[in-house]
Design a protein around this ligand. Structure first.
Ligand SMILES: [Zn+2]
Length: 273
């Protein structure tokens, strides 16, 4: 019998079950870790929990060789619309060409015995990591941020980092938890739900144009290949009582999804409105 103490939708009685994706506690842990690395201060909680802890999680993963990954970034108008292969696991394993593979930032693998296999994709949920300040935009800084977030989630005995993708302020998209596994980012609503996190606290900061362009591109790509309707592209706060993804990112998500917005227009062109 498998045990899933870390996956919030699996064990409703564990403390972690109150933390869909990431708690203030884990954010504080991450904040402490990041603070030790880059002298950050003012770290705020992520994804809506109010539990506190004094424990500090150390970053233990060795950094993989870091050579700046320069994905091609054509305009959103050139995004391909591959035929949906909804049920094929091959499609879940296929990484969008502009996304940096997770092997570029971690040697760790998903604890498969703690994770559930992915269900057919039917929704996409947007988060922020709620950590201030935002990373610098330097490649190495984003790598450290990803490692810190993952270590925070592993400290809850989760299978891996909870989100499937992360986007940094420079507009890089990073693979996080493999899409073949169900994520851990919205309590009780993780099956078939792609989790995308924007690095930064968007209750305070404003998302960069580069990050927003990549977010729009990644959402459009995943909507297209998995046939996700626009109405199923949500923010965390639309699904649960949390401030995530912060008011400034929420505003931009509202803008791109309303009629005439970039995402709404893309959805209409794909018959996914
Ligand atoms: Zn969230």
């Amino acid at each position: 019998m498998r045990d899933h103490p870390h996956e919030p939708n699996k064990n409703p009685n564990t403390p972690e079950s109150n933390d869909p994706g990431m708690s203030r506690r884990s954010a504080l842990r991450i904040g402490a870790t990041l603070g030790s690395l880059v002298a950050m201060s003012g770290v705020l909680g992520a994804c809506g929990s109010s539990t506190r802890t004094k424990s500090v999680n150390r970053i233990g993963d060795p950094l993989p060789p870091v050579a700046d990954f320069k994905p091609s970034l054509p305009s959103s108008g050139s995004i391909q619309s591959p035929a949906p292969i909804q049920t094929a696991s091959a499609s879940l394993r296929e990484l969008p060409s502009f996304v940096i593979p997770r092997t570029r930032w971690t040697t760790g693998t998903t604890r498969a015995w703690l994770a559930d296999a992915q269900s057919p994709i039917r929704r996409i949920t947007i988060h922020h990591d709620a950590i201030s300040p935002s990373p610098s935009g330097r490649y190495d800084d984003s790598v450290r941020r990803l490692i810190a977030i993952r270590n925070g989630h592993l400290s809850h005995k989760w299978a891996d980092i909870g989100y499937h993708y992360a986007i940094d302020p420079a507009g890089r998209a990073w693979q996080a938890r493999p899409l073949t596994y169900q994520g851990a980012h919205v309590k009780d609503q993780n099956p078939g739900n792609i989790g995308i996190v924007m690095m930064g606290n968007y209750e305070q900061a404003t998302p960069t144009p580069e990050a927003l362009e990549t977010l729009n591109r990644l959402i459009t790509h995943e909507m297209s290949r998995f046939r996700v309707a626009l109405s199923n592209v949500r923010t965390h706060r639309e699904l649960a009582p949390t401030a995530c993804p912060g008011r400034n990112l929420q505003l931009r998500m509202d803008q791109i999804r309303r009629p005439g917005g970039t995402l709404a227009s893309a959805a209409a062109s794909m018959n996914l409105a």
